[in-house]
Design a protein around this ligand. Structure first.
Ligand SMILES: *Cc1c(COP(=O)(O)O)cnc(C)c1O
Length: 369
C-alpha cells in the first residue's frame, strides 16, 4: 500500500475534453485558452483581466518583468516558499530579498519586510502559503507607503477567499498555478490577473515571444505574419489541450473543494488531542486547502515512521536563503526555527476515508497515543 501526498484527479470529463481538442487538430493557443480566461473571470466574479500561461512560474516571471523589474532592482519575498518565486525574480535580473514570516500563519511578516526596504526595492511578493493569506492587508499597507508593486503568489490558493472575497477579485497582480497537483490543474499552467491594462497587454505579447497583438489573432484561429516586436518575449503561452483540461476541472471544482475541506476538518478534529502536533492559524472556512501542513515534534522521526508505513509526506519548503544560489549574510530566526517542524500530510481529492484513518492512526501510534 502506498498513500500519495498529492495527485491529480482526472475523470472521463477531462479525457473527453482533451480528446475533443485532439480531434480538432488545433493544439496550440486558440479559442480554448480564451474560453478558460473568461471562465476564470466569471468563476471568481472578478473585474481583473486574466492571462493564461504555461506555468505558475511563468506567470510570476511575466508579472515582474511586465512591471519593469530588472537588473539592480530588489523584490521582497518570504524565504519559506517554493523556489519558483526566487527563480522568477532572478530570471528578471532582479535580486530576491528573503524575509521572515509570522510563525502562526507562515505568511510574510510585514515588519521584517519593512526593515529590508532599500532604494532598489520595487516590489513585494507575498505567498498564499497553504492557500491562506491572513496578513495580506499589512503587506498592501506597506506597499502603499513605500510605493511598491504587489505580486501575489496565489499558486496554492485558487478558489480560496479572504474576508469573504475571492482571491483574484481584489489586489494589484495575482498569479495562480494550475500544475498537476494544484487545486485545479491544466496539466501544467498558470494565470496572471490584474486591472492594470498596460501590464496585461505587455504580458499578452510577452507570452507569445513578444509578437505584438498576436493574442487576438490566435483566439480567432489565426496568427500574425506582418508583426512588430517591442519587448523581450517568451514561449510561455498556454495550449488548447491545457485549457481543455482546466475547463473540465473548473466544472468539478465544488466537488474538489468540499472533499479537500472535509479531509482537513477531519485531520483537525482527529489530531487535535496530540500535544506534539500543532496546526497553523488559518481561517479554514475560507481557504480551499491545497496542502495540509502541521508543526510537529521530531518531524524527521515521524516522517521516517510514516514513510515505512507507505505514507508519503512532504516538507513545504526548504527556506530559499539556505540554498547556495540565494544565500544572504543574515539569518531569519522564525523561518529557521519553524522549518524543521513543518510537515505536510496526504491531501488530495481521491484520498479515501480509510486511507486518511490509516494516516491519522499512524501519526497517533508514533506519539504513543
Ligand atoms: C506551485 C507553486 C509555484 C509554481 O507554479 P508552477 O505552475 O509549478 O510553475 C509557485 N509558488 C508556489 C507557492 C507554488 O506552490
Amino acid at each position: 500500500m502506498k498513500i500519495r501526498l498529492s495527485k491529480s484527479s482526472i475523470s472521463s470529463n477531462e479525457i473527453y475534453a482533451v480528446t475533443k481538442v485532439l480531434r480538432k487538430e488545433y493544439l496550440g493557443m486558440g479559442a480554448e485558452v480564451n474560453k478558460l480566461e473568461q471562465a476564470i473571470r466569471s468563476h471568481l466574479k472578478t473585474e481583473h483581466e486574466v492571462v493564461c500561461v504555461n506555468s505558475g512560474t511563468a506567470a510570476l516571471h511575466l508579472a515582474l518583468e511586465g512591471l519593469g523589474i530588472g537588473h539592480g532592482d530588489e523584490v521582497l519575498v518570504p524565504s519559506l516558499t517554493y523556489v519558483a518565486c526566487f527563480q522568477a525574480i532572478s530570471a528578471c535580473g532582479a535580486t530576491p530579498v528573503p524575509c521572515d514570516i509570522d510563525p502562526k500563519t507562515i505568511f510574510l511578516d510585514a515588519k521584517d519586510a519593512e526593515k529590508r526596504i532599500t532604494r532598489k526595492t520595487k516590489a513585494i511578493m507575498p505567498v498564499h502559503y497553504a492557500s491562506s493569506s491572513i496578513g495580506m492587508e499589512a503587506i498592501y499597507e506597506l506597499a502603499s507607503i513605500h510605493g511598491l508593486r504587489v505580486v501575489e503568489d496565489a499558486a496554492q490558493a485558487y478558489g480560496s477567499k479572504r474576508n469573504n472575497i475571492n482571491v483574484g477579485r481584489a489586489g494589484d497582480v495575482i498569479c495562480f498555478s494550475f500544475d498537476g497537483i494544484k487545486n485545479i490543474t491544466a496539466g501544467e499552467g498558470g494565470a496572471i490577473l490584474s486591472t492594470d491594462r498596460p501590464l496585461i497587454n505587455k504580458i499578452k505579447d510577452a507570452r507569445l515571444l513578444g509578437v505584438a497583438k498576436d493574442t487576438e489573432k490566435r483566439y480567432s484561429s489565426d496568427r500574425s505574419w506582418e508583426y512588430d516586436v517591442f519587448h523581450q518575449g517568451y514561449r510561455y503561452h498556454m495550449s488548447n489541450i491545457m485549457a481543455a483540461i482546466a475547463l473540465a476541472q473548473l466544472e468539478r471544482i465544488e466537488l474538489f473543494r468540499s472533499k479537500r475541506s472535509r479531509l482537513v476538518d477531519h485531520y483537525l478534529t482527529e489530531l487535535s488531542n496530540i500535544s506534539e502536533v500543532k496546526f497553523l492559524h488559518f481561517n479554514y472556512d475560507e481557504i480551499f486547502p491545497h496542502i495540509f501542513v502541521i508543526k510537529c515534534i521530531d518531524r524527521d522521526g515521524l516522517r521516517e515512521h510514516l514513510t515505512n508505513l507507505g505514507i508519503e509526506t512532504g516538507i513545504h519548503y526548504k527556506p530559499n536563503h539556505l540554498l547556495s544560489r540565494y544565500s544572504v549574510p543574515y539569518s531569519l530566526p522564525m523561518t529557521e526555527a519553524i522549518y524543521s517542524q513543518l510537515m505536510s500530510l496526504p491531501l488530495h481529492y481521491d484520498l479515501t476515508t480509510e486511507e486518511q484513518a490509516y494516516v491519522i492512526n499512524s501519526v497517533r501510534k508514533f506519539y504513543g497515543k
